[in-house]
Design a protein around this ligand. Structure first.
Ligand code: ATR
Length: 282
C-alpha cells in the first residue's frame, strides 16, 4: 500500500473499536481493487461523536462506517439520511459527497444479499418468523419488507417490543403483513410450520446458550435459517439446523455483505469478489 498526497482516507467510528473486522476487510478490498485509499479504526467516545462527524467534513474523509454504540446517535449530525436508514433508525455508513454527509444502512442490504448468496433464498412472497426486536431486527424487517416478503411474525422475549415494532411497520409496505407473538413454543408452533425463513436477530447462542424450547425442529423440510449470531463454534441453534438438514447461514456473511455494500457506496464500484470474506474466515 503506497500512501501519498492523493490517498483517500476512510475509517470506522465506534467504542470499542479494536475488535472490528472492518479495517482488515476494507483494506484488503481497497488493495485488490487498486484504489488509492486507506481505511482506519477511530476510537470515538459518545461525548466526542459530534466533533468526530464534523471531522469527516473538515478533514475531507471519503466516508466512514459507524458501529456500536453510535449507529442511532449519529443521525442528527448528518445532512441527509437514506429512506431505508431512516426507517431502520440507524446509520452504519456515511458518504461524504463534497461536504454533504449522507447516512445509509448497509446492514439490511448485506442481510438480503446473504440470503440470496448463501441460501439461494428469494424473499418475494415468503413467510418469515423473526426472533428479536432490537436494532438488528429493525434492519432485517425493513429490508425483508422492501424485498416483498408476504408475512413477518416478530417474536421477542419482551413481547411489548415485538408488538411495538409490528405496530410501527405494519401498513408501511403494501402487501406485507407484519405481526407479533410471544417468544414461546405455543405461540410459534403454527407459524414455524408455515415459515419459509427463520431469522435469529437476538444474541442467544453467542455464549453457547439455547432457546428454552424447540424452534428449528418445528420448521418444514424446505425452510431455511439465517442466524445473525456468529461464534467460533456452531451455536446450539445452528447445530440443530445441521442435525435436521435445515440449510443455514450465520452473521459472518452479513458482516461481509454490509462491508461490500459500503465499499460500493464510497468508491462507486463493486469490491473484488470474496476478498472481504477471506479476511474474516481466517
Ligand atoms: P441488537 O442491536 O444487536 O439487535 P439489542 O437491541 O440489544 O441488540 O437487542 C437484543 C435482542 O436480543 C432483543 O430482542 C433481546 O430481547 P429483549 O427485548 O427481551 O431484551 C434479545 N435477547 C437478549 N438476550 C436474550 C435471551 N436470553 N433470550 C431471548 N432473547 C434475548
Amino acid at each position: 500500500m503506497q500512501i501519498n498526497g492523493s490517498t483517500k482516507v476512510l475509517g470506522i467510528i465506534g467504542d470499542p473499536i479494536a475488535h472490528s473486522f472492518s479495517p482488515a476487510m476494507q483494506n484488503a478490498a481497497i488493495l485488490a481493487a487498486g484504489i488509492n485509499a486507506v481505511y482506519l479504526p477511530f476510537h470515538v467516545k459518545t461525548v466526542n461523536l459530534k466533533q468526530a462527524v464534523e471531522a469527516i467534513r473538515s478533514l475531507s474523509l471519503t466516508g466512514v462506517n459507524v458501529t456500536v454504540p453510535h449507529k442511532e446517535d449519529v443521525i442528527p449530525f448528518l445532512d441527509e439520511i437514506d429512506p431505508a436508514a431512516k426507517m431502520i433508525g440507524a446509520v452504519n455508513t456515511i458518504v461524504n459527497r463534497d461536504g454533504r454527509l449522507i447516512g445509509y444502512n448497509t446492514d439490511g442490504l448485506g442481510f438480503i444479499r446473504s440470503l440470496q448468496d448463501d441460501l439461494d433464498f428469494q424473499p418475494s412472497g415468503k413467510k418469515v418468523v423473526l426472533l428479536g426486536a432490537g436494532g438488528a431486527a429493525r434492519a432485517a424487517i425493513v429490508s425483508l419488507a422492501q424485498s416483498g416478503v408476504a408475512h413477518i411474525l416478530i417474536a421477542n422475549r419482551t413481547f411489548d417490543k415485538a408488538e411495538q415494532l409490528a405496530g410501527e411497520f405494519s401498513g408501511h409496505f403494501s402487501g406485507v403483513e407484519i405481526t407479533s407473538a410471544e417468544l414461546d413454543e405455543q405461540s410459534l408452533i403454527e407459524a414455524l410450520k408455515k415459515a419459509h425463513l427463520l431469522v435469529n436477530t437476538t444474541v442467544v447462542g453467542l455464549q453457547g446458550e439455547s432457546f428454552p424450547f424447540p424452534i428449528v425442529e418445528k420448521l418444514s423440510a424446505d425452510a431455511v435459517l439465517y442466524d445473525m449470531v456468529y461464534a467460533p463454534a456452531l451455536t446450539p441453534l445452528q447445530q440443530t439446523a445441521k442435525n435436521h438438514a435445515v440449510s443455514f447461514s450465520d452473521g459472518r456473511s452479513m458482516l461481509v455483505g454490509q462491508g461490500e455494500e459500503a465499499f460500493q457506496l464510497w468508491f462507486e464500484t463493486k469490491p473484488p469478489a470474496e476478498i472481504m470474506r477471506l479476511q474474516i474466515v481466517k
